[in-house]
Design a binder for this molecule. Structure first.
Ligand SMILES: [Zn+2]
Ligand SMILES: [Zn+2]
Length: 108
């Protein structure tokens, strides 16, 4: 890994233009779809593409996740390895590290 260390490790989508944010969301959804079909190299490629698009460095895990926390709607794209997931009914939500620290939500 020889990534520049000047790039942030996470970013909130609302700090980006709507077009970039929408594209990033789509890329992350595509990556999830590929991963669920066990196309892990395709998923990894898409994560790298998304990181480059939104100007953050690709985490060591190689995977990004979008914070879907219902407590604040921060929409932070972050290192998937640091995500905390919870279930609301049957729907899975993701909290970024900051959300999990500040207002952790537990599955019901
Ligand atoms: Zn968050
Ligand atoms: Zn939150």
């Amino acid at each position: 890994m020889t990534h520049a260390h000047t790039l942030p490790s996470e970013i909130q989508l609302h700090h980006l233009s709507t077009t970039t944010a929408d594209t990033a969301r789509e890329l992350l959804e595509d990556a999830d779809r590929e991963a669920s079909q066990h196309n892990l190299s395709a998923a990894a490629l898409i994560h790298a593409q998304a990181a480059q698009l939104i100007g953050i460095r690709l985490p060591a895990s190689g995977e990004l996740a979008l914070c879907t926390c219902q407590g604040c709607y921060c929409s932070t794209v972050h290192d998937a390895a640091k995500s905390r997931c919870y279930l609301d009914g049957t729907v899975e939500f993701v909290q970024c590290e900051t959300c999990a620290d500040e207002h952790r939500i537990y599955s019901d």
